[in-house]
Design a protein. Sequence first.
Length: 242
Amino acid sequence: MKKIISLILVLIFLQSCGKEDFFSSGKFYKMVDKKKKFEIDITFLKDSLIAINTDSLKTCGWSFTKYSKNKKGTFLVIKESLDTTWLKIENEKIFFQSSKEKYSFDEINFTSKKTDSIRKIIHKVKTLSDKKIVFSCDININEVAYFYDNAIQEIKSNLKNPNSAKFREVYIHNYDDYKKEKSDIKVVSIEVEATNSFGGFTVDTFYVYFTPNGKKSKNYTLKFSDSPIYNSVFEEFNEFDY
């Protein structure tokens, strides 16, 4: 009898270890939806955190969400969602299941070199995400700090009380004007909370435009603005010769 009980306990232990193994750091899983033509890649990080990529493992495609557990099982912590997405393990696969959808993920066997490379990128993106810095796919992640630091200094130099400034959401991307013309200009938009000349706090979004000087990298002319349009309509009128 003792042997049977011991065997059952061992089996339960092995099953629980098997499930936890799915959530171990360093493993990658992929889901491909052929009908809707998109894929999702996920990997589990420390502190009950999942890194999710919806853009074919591109650097800019990583986002992060927590998962938690209760008596009903394991679920994603998505504050904006009105529905609950559960994480389930069935037949050696991970499933994301809500009331409307169910996606199955298969494990991807990357080489150790590629795994290390992706995890380094994820670490960089997570560090930026913690600072509420988001960047588009046309921005090199290694240049994000340059654009961010210089934009902060440019904004501070235009504030009446720069020491009071608190910087919130940041978005770094290529500038697309209202004519939808391609541009080499980069723009950093930052939500800023700061005191005004009356001593009250205001929240504004400011823009710093980086216009390249020649082909050299990190050689830009900076322009501070409170407008998402690089040249206003009135500025363009002034450019015409009469």
